[in-house]
Write a protein of this length. Sequence first.
Length: 285
Amino acid sequence: MDFPERKTLKTSLFLEGPGLHTGEKSRITIHPEDTGGTLVFQYKDVKIPAVLEFAYSEGRSTCLKRDDCKILTIEHFLAACTGVFLTDGVVELTGSGEIPALDGSAVQFLAALLSTGFESIGHASVLKITDKLEVTWSSGNRRYRVREHEGLAIRCVIEFPVASIGRQSFTYSREGTDFLREIAPAKTFVLEKDIAHLRAKGLAKGGSEKNALVYSDSGLLNPRAAAFRDEPVRHKILDFLGDLYLLGAHVKGLFDVMAPGHPYNLSFFKLLKKKAAIRPADPEG
Ligand SMILES: [Zn+2]
């Protein structure tokens, strides 16, 4: 039976920089450790496993919370961890409570993880979808579906009311898509008309023309920062993969998602976790 591996890093590594929303500096240091199959974040002496039970969304991002301790904007880092199957380790956070934005994508996290290398520490749990699940949200055209599939695949469609994004679709598969080249470099994005509103809410303070693509009706305002013509839909898949990490298992299923967003990802995954069986790691392992 093919059981994927649990992995931790070979040695510690750190990354630092301002957060996307707070604009304040932080540093993450990832330490190799057997943490039982999911990364554990540590901030101000509070340890928070990266699992759905501690996750919530602030709308534009995914965060962890335990007691009064919050860790903000974890999704791009976790997407890199999903991409390389990094299951175990302690992620120590210092400075602000927000993970550094770096270039607004997952590529720098991924490059750092790959350059450090991995240590196998046994077999990972698998979450295999056996029953179909569909959820439609009443607002807009948002819809999530999942069904049985041998590997992991995500078909994503987005539709934005600005001509420069419009309707975009992309299909990712773990076996057929080169995550490093096709998904990880996709930067976060924003509509120009939303920026003032976000800033008024105290968000996007660390956003810049280098780490976020800005779209208006007249076009992409910072085209030199873009890696792809259909970057927004690729970034939505990146976000989805980051949130998927929180299921705490290697997921096998075909997801078909329309207009995804962090709060919906989390509620869909919570539902999925209740319904689907997580097969534990091979006891022989
Ligand atoms: Zn994102």
